[in-house]
Design a protein around this ligand. Structure first.
Ligand SMILES: [Zn+2]
Length: 290
């Protein structure tokens, strides 16, 4: 747990696994470019056995004087994700691990997903008597209006795609339960907790900016997936809807925060994920002893 003056920042890790092959995940990666980074990548950031990039899947929890906010709700249990074996029909300990932080589902009064991909919405719902119901009964679920509209249009066009199936089991039940609140960019949840547009990975992608007194942090979601992108900010992932815009947004955030004291909290950096970005020649790096 990190104390940022009046704010507390915590995380619950659902899984950390060798996820995807770097050349599949980053279409711009080449063996030469990757070899140049091998000295720091393995074993923590790249699995030496499979060569796959290590990914953490986690939720951040922000406790403020007024709210307990869960940011990005990970993968979830019992979800049908046949194209992702690590995510498929899980039976993991996420809620027990949340309880280990002293937080029950009914204590979460706000949920925000930086975007609506399956690994950021899963615990929005859980399976009860064969139905998907909101996991957090007292929560308002904040949904970016543009992000929601984008995925709803896709869902109406083709309900059978993997991302649309996730939308149906993890987003629509929250809307049907009357717990969704639609927000636009630059929405302030309260003083010092602001949702900011960061488009590219998805059209309505947002980050969460935290500030209390002289302490600050940014929950970056998937604007940056992996530490490799500090060396190559131009590398967008195959999961980015608009790779050029994603790269511009990523570079803008990295340049804005590099060499500042603002803590960076990406969704998928191996734990402990919270770090500082620093300049390193004409690229960037990160420090984890923060
Ligand atoms: Zn993700």
């Amino acid at each position: 747990m990190r104390q940022l003056n009046d704010l507390q920042l915590m995380s619950v890790v659902e899984i950390e696994v060798p996820f995807l092959d770097p050349f599949d995940f980053f279409p711009d990666a080449t063996p030469d470019l990757l070899d140049a980074q091998a000295h720091w990548l393995q074993p923590r950031y790249q699995d030496p056995v499979s060569g796959r990039l290590m990914f953490c899947f986690q939720s951040y929890i922000v406790r403020t004087p007024h709210h307990t906010i869960l940011v990005d709700s990970c993968i979830g249990n019992h979800k049908d994700r046949p194209n992702r074996p690590d995510w498929h029909r899980r039976d993991g300990s996420f809620l027990t691990d949340l309880a280990g932080l002293g937080i029950r589902p009914e204590d979460i009064d706000m949920v925000f997903c930086t975007h609506l991909h399956a690994d950021h919405i899963g615990w929005n719902t859980r399976l009860v008597d064969g139905r998907w119901v909101p996991t957090f009964p007292n929560a308002q679920y904040l949904l970016g209006r543009g992000e929601y509209d984008f995925w709803e249009r896709r869902y109406r066009a083709d309900a059978g795609g993997p991302r649309q199936i996730a939308f149906a089991d993890s987003v629509l039940p929250v809307v049907e339960a009357g717990q969704a609140v639609f927000v636009d960019g630059d929405h302030a949840i309260e003083d010092g907790v602001v949702l900011e547009p960061a488009p590219g990975h998805t059209p309505g992608n947002m980050v969460v900016s935290l500030r209390s007194g002289d302490a600050s942090a940014v929950l970056l979601g998937d604007t940056i997936h992996h530490p490799l992108q500090l060396k190559r900010p131009d590398w967008s992932s195959m999961a980015c809807e608009d790779r050029a815009l994603s790269a511009a947004t990523r570079r803008g955030l990295i340049e804005r925060y590099a060499d500042t004291d603002t803590l960076m909290a990406p969704a998928h950096f191996p734990a402990p994920s919270v770090c500082r970005f620093v300049r390193d020649g004409d690229a960037f790096g990160f420090e984890t002893d923060v």
